[in-house]
Ligand binder design. Structure first.
Ligand code: NOJ
Length: 582
């Protein structure tokens, strides 16, 4: 089932890669491989494409790349439906290409993190195919969650749950049983109370660790272990925005789940340096720290930035919760403004900052109220995105940046319905044409590497004439890596300067400083101003409409031109070195 290992655990490593704390204050760049760079001319990004663009990542200064799934997959959920956990999708390359990519990254001291998707497999996974043809109560079925239905003939699903993309969370199979899928029908949930499932996952972790990967991002980490035998299941839903703080939910964040991660940690620690992991865990904030503790995964995503509006109050709350979770776990926190599931923040910040119903809602609320047109103020969005990245990079912890945000890309919100790939678009509102949510493709459009539109703005090889798998907008000719690399005022130039400078500023080294999880709030902090310092490094962001005075110090970086009277303009962040006052 899995590919053979063709290279050693030490691929491309040298002494500089030995630091076991590298991830504590890292800048991690998320790659959505199918949309990063196409090296073959089929319109789909691939592993060699990543290798080809390693110099872009090195010039950006990132410490690590995290690859969203590149495994064989029928793509019912952008690759988060995995048919073989231990191989590369042939459309994206080979294991040999993967080894080359890891070496190219390590040569530049860039670590590699891969995605683990343990909650569910693809329905094309050999285990699920076996389960479909196996009898009830068989060991093949026990790897998944099969149940009899309700009603006189079992014709009703075991519970009324709705799955993540809309529609029922249960699907009926030929012999009348139902299987659980929290996400799409092509993503059957694994049964983590099954010993074989647990053991097999340890093999997957060892497999990629032996291939030289430095860490893992754990998908839907809150949902693995379930208590499916209690009779109050229907009193709960699969929504996870208000989970209990005592581990009592039958499906999420159960106490037994943490035994799984403690077992994984023992495997991570078999390696030198130990492998690292970051959890995507949608849980009650009071329990986030469990996932990040040293005997479990090590770090957990803090999505409060991705959820917050562009207001000082929202951002201050997000910062406070991230720092508190880090202190509790004894780890460092993470900062995330965008990823492959969220509308791009340069667009979110350019929209009216109306209270949103939820995580993915900001753009959609506005979109719907405006008859489908997407009315962001792009100049404002860019201005704020520049301020936001300096704020984020000044905070202690790891910053996760999503491919294309360094180019200042906006959400591509006008992809025609017929060209969308995300299951959200097919299932919300009970299917097209009454679907109400376009989903996540707008942030997954293939990247523009050059200004001329040919070959997908340089996404595919020159002269290939390939069509990118999602349509690109004409405005990519103004926001692309080629032009921005030569423009000192571009978003790319700002990201490069900020990441390089962050490494030299107080608190950014590993060791004791690398564990930093607090800031000292400045007297200017409050109202529309967020201002803090770390050592002699001061960061001030002005969210208000009026300029605000600069703190005493030497300006080292600014997201916008400073006012002649030395004030911080509206929607700008400034970094300063504190100078001694007389
Ligand atoms: C979270 C991933 O980020 C998302 O893209 C995916 O759809 C779900 N988990 C299910 O795997």
């Amino acid at each position: 089932m899995s590919a053979s290992i063709t290279h050693s655990a030490t691929t491309g490593r040298d002494d500089a890669m030995d630091d076991p704390d590298w991830w504590r204050q890292a800048v991690v760049y998320q790659i959505y491989p199918r949309s990063f760079k196409d090296s073959t001319g089929n319109g789909i990004g691939d592993i060699r494409g990543i290798t080809e663009r390693m110099d872009h990542l090195s010039a950006l200064g990132v410490d690590a790349i995290w690859l969203s799934p590149f495994y064989p997959s029928p793509l019912e959920d952008g690759g988060y439906d995995v048919a073989d956990y231990r191989n590369v999708d042939p459309l994206l390359g080979t294991m040999q290409d993967f080894a080359g990519m890891v070496s190219a990254a390590h040569d530049r001291h860039i670590r590699v993190i891969v995605d683990l998707v343990p909650n569910h497999t693809s329905s094309r996974h050999p285990w699920f195919q076996e389960a479909l043809h196996a009898p009830r109560e068989s060991s093949a079925r026990d790897r998944y969650i099969f149940r009899d239905g309700r009603g006189a003939n079992g014709e009703l699903p075991p519970t009324d749950w709705t799955c993540g993309f809309g529609g029922p969370a249960w699907e009926r199979v030929e012999d009348g049983q139902w299987y659980l899928h929290m996400w799409s029908v092509g993503q059957p949930d694994l049964n983590w109370n099954n010993e074989e499932v647990r053991r097999d996952y340890l093999d997957t972790i060892r497999f990629w660790s032996d291939c030289g990967v430095d860490g893992f991002r754990v998908d839907a980490a809150q949902s693995l272990v379930k208590d499916m035998d209690r009779d109050d299941l229907n009193d709960w839903s699969l929504q996870y925005d208000a989970l209990p703080s005592d581990g009592s939910h039958p499906m999420y964040d159960r106490n037994e789940l943490h035994d799984v991660y403690r077992e994984w940690r023992r495997v991570f620690n078999e390696y030198d340096p130990p492998r690292f992991a970051v959890a995507e865990a949608w849980v009650n904030p009071a329990r986030q720290y469990l996932y990040a503790s040293a005997d479990e995964l090590g770090q957990v995503f803090n999505f409060e930035f991705a959820k917050a509006d562009w207001t000082a109050e929202g951002m201050r709350r997000a910062i406070a919760s991230g720092l508190a979770a880090a202190r509790e776990s004894g780890s460092t926190t993470t900062w995330v403004m965008s990823n492959h599931d969220v509308p791009r923040h340069a667009s979110r910040y350019g929209l009216p900052q109306v209270p949103a119903r939820g995580y993915h809602q900001i753009a959609q609320d506005w979109l719907l109220r405006n008859g489908g047109s997407y009315m962001e103020d792009r100049a404002l969005g860019t201005h704020r995105a520049r301020a936001a990245i300096l704020l984020e990079l000044a905070l202690p912890g790891s910053a996760y940046i999503y491919q294309g945000e360094e180019l200042g890309l906006f959400e591509v919100a006008d992809i025609p319905w017929t060209e969308l790939e995300d299951p959200t678009a097919f299932h919300s509102g009970d299917g097209n044409p009454s679907a109400t949510r376009k989903g996540r493709d707008g942030c997954r459009v293939p990247l523009p590497w050059r200004h001329d539109a040919a070959d997908g703005f340089g996404f595919s090889p020159a002269g290939s004439g390939a069509e990118p798998h999602l349509p690109q907008p004409a405005w990519f000719s103004c926001l692309n890596a080629q032009d921005e690399a030569d423009d000192p005022d571009s978003m790319l130039a700002l990201y490069r300067r900020a990441i390089a400078m962050r490494k030299t500023l107080e608190g950014m080294t590993s060791g004791t400083a690398g564990t930093a999880s607090s800031v000292a709030w400045r007297p200017e902090n409050g109202g529309d101003i967020i201002a803090f310092e770390r050592g002699n490094w001061i960061c001030i962001t002005n969210f208000g409409a009026e300029p605000t005075p600069l703190p005493q110090g030497e300006v080292v970086l600014s997201s916008a031109e400073l006012m002649p009277d030395s004030t911080v303009p509206s929607d700008a962040t400034v970094w300063l070195h504190a100078t001694e006052t007389a």
